[in-house]
Design a protein around this ligand. Sequence first.
Ligand code: DX5
Ligand code: ZN
Length: 218
Amino acid sequence: MNEHIVAPSVLSLDYTHLKEQVRGLNESNAKWLHFDVMDGHFVPNITFGPIILHTFDQMSDLFMDVHLMISDPEKYIPDFIKAGADGITFHTEAVGNDIEHIRKIIDDLHAQSIKAGFVVKPKTDIKQFEPLLPIVDYILIMSVEPGFGGQKFMPDQLEKVRWLDAKRQEKGLSFRIEIDGGINETTAKEAYAAGCDTLVAGSYVFKADIAKQVDSIL
Ligand code: DX5
Ligand code: ZN
């Protein structure tokens, strides 16, 4: 069983107090920082790229968990690795849900000692990716439509988590199950009960004292 990890999404932090916010994250029990990279094409929003990741990497020793909500992820992965990514998840839909293409990207990430996983949107079936379970370090389940923070949790997505957890136990695998979107004190409990061990939380973490908010969903 993997230890519980909280990965605050920096999409929702207060950029007018960047230094203090990052200090708050570093002093909290968060182990990862979650970076929501959006290109305005794969999702209808634009956020930040490698330059901002590099800035955070200089300010924090936490694990940099990069969530690529972008088309053509392979084209940009090298820049995110250079900027300090420790783990990268990319959307299966961005590569046509093609198993061998996903496998190649994961193998390439592993060849550079980067933790690797894939992400599925709410409407994407997870079972088609069973052949990839033995090679991934983590799988990210979206519990909102990707693109924006502060949306409502989609409980039906926990069905994917339960399926993944059962497969993980059946096959003796140890990949992490990460969930992303609408996580708060209530939905965190439901996510852990379904088999998640890694929670992304943006608006919930940054709406009050960071350390307390993190501890309340650990
Ligand atoms: C949405 C992002 C999520 C989002 C989570 O596309 O992938 O990480 O920032 O935000 P909250 O926790 O506010 O739902
Ligand atoms: Zn995310």
